[in-house]
Design a protein around this ligand. Structure first.
Ligand SMILES: [Zn+2]
Ligand SMILES: [Zn+2]
Length: 325
């Protein structure tokens, strides 16, 4: 679906766009990312087709090989950036941020974002930013680097009180040396572009100015769109583009352009394609316009009040920890 869309929209004909064939995830990196017991568990399901990764994540025959490629695509992209072949990549798979060291779930088998961080650490990177704007909290990803100041994780998501995975509270800020490097900001149901942009502008530029990342891994949050059936935020592609544009500019400002983009969630085929169009347009410079969109609500006083209060709480906990004035 994504390939047809990219082709029809002219992205694949651009002289600065190249198509890279994904390699399966290197088993050495896989063994860093997941426990041997969990890897064996996935392999057994894969051989028989029986069993499930988790209650919402069914197994099937070949799921191990499938997951190696869908997650390996992200590391393939990272390698292509490290070799200097490209500046940015976008992969239609990837963003399996609910998978943790010893378990999968939430449609995620192997955590490609964590695997990419291990690859980057091997290559000597010491300030890696994970900018996770998927509407669900990246609980798996958070669990890997919770005590690690070499990885800053910023996650914007819907309030975990009513949305899967019911983690990602504001006070989860990291431990030990990693304290302050895990930033969660959540939004009430029906929050739209206006409050989201306000929160983004208040928090993200200061965090990036402080951290000066060397590499950015980015989940654009296609499932935060108002038409997405699995969540309840009210964003349009204007906001998805705004975030992508800022992250892309930041990659050029701090990282010599080094930016890896993984899809993450997105469960409405139209809005998923529109999101891909926005992101590809931002990173390639090829003009692309999503259709007009009309969210059913505007941000009301109650939403503004909750979001302002959440922002103050995040600023109040995180900024002193990092010494941001
Ligand atoms: Zn999601
Ligand atoms: Zn660029």
């Amino acid at each position: 679906m994504v390939r047809d869309f990219l082709k029809a929209s002219g992205f694949l004909d651009q002289p600065n766009v190249t198509n890279i064939i994904p390699r399966p995830l290197d088993t050495r990196i896989l063994a860093k990312t997941h426990s041997s017991a969990y890897i064996r568990y996935v392999q057994r399901i894969s051989e028989t087709g029986e069993g499930e990764i988790d209650i919402d994540t069914p197994g099937f025959k070949g799921i191990y090989e499938n997951a190696l490629v869908t997650s390996g695509a992200t590391v393939t992209g990272v390698d292509a950036i490290l070799s200097g072949e490209i500046e940015h990549f976008y992969t239609p798979t990837g963003g399996f941020h609910h998978a943790s060291y010893d378990r999968g779930g939430g449609f995620c088998v192997f955590n490609d974002v964590a695997a990419s961080v291990y690859r980057l650490k091997e290559a000597g990177f010491r300030r890696i930013l994970i900018a996770d704007f998927d509407v669900h909290h990246g609980n798996g990803t958070q669990s890997y680097f919770y005590d690690d100041p070499e990885v800053m994780v910023i996650s914007f998501h819907e309030d975990p009180e009513w949305l899967y995975p019911h983690e990602g509270h504001l006070h989860e800020t990291g431990v030990g040396l990693g304290q302050g490097y895990n930033i969660n900001m959540h939004f009430p149901m029906d929050a739209g572009d206006a409050v989201y942009k306000y929160a983004f502008d208040r928090l993200v530029p200061k965090l990036l100015d402080y951290y000066k990342p060397e590499f950015i891994l980015f989940l654009p949050g296609f499932d935060a769109h108002y038409r997405d059936p699995l969540a309840h935020l009210n964003l349009t592609t204007d906001m998805i583009r705004y975030v992508a544009q800022f992250i892309h500019d930041s990659a050029h400002r701090w990282c010599n352009g080094r930016l890896g983009i993984v899809s993450g969630g997105g469960y409405h085929p139209d809005t998923f394609r529109w999101g891909v169009g926005e992101v590809m347009s931002v990173i390639s410079g090829h003009r692309h316009q999503s259709p007009p969109q009309h969210p059913p609500f505007e941000d009301d006083d109650e939403i503004w009040q909750i979001v302002r209060s959440n922002i103050s709480e995040v600023e109040g906990i995180i900024f002193p920890l990092l010494g941001i004035g």
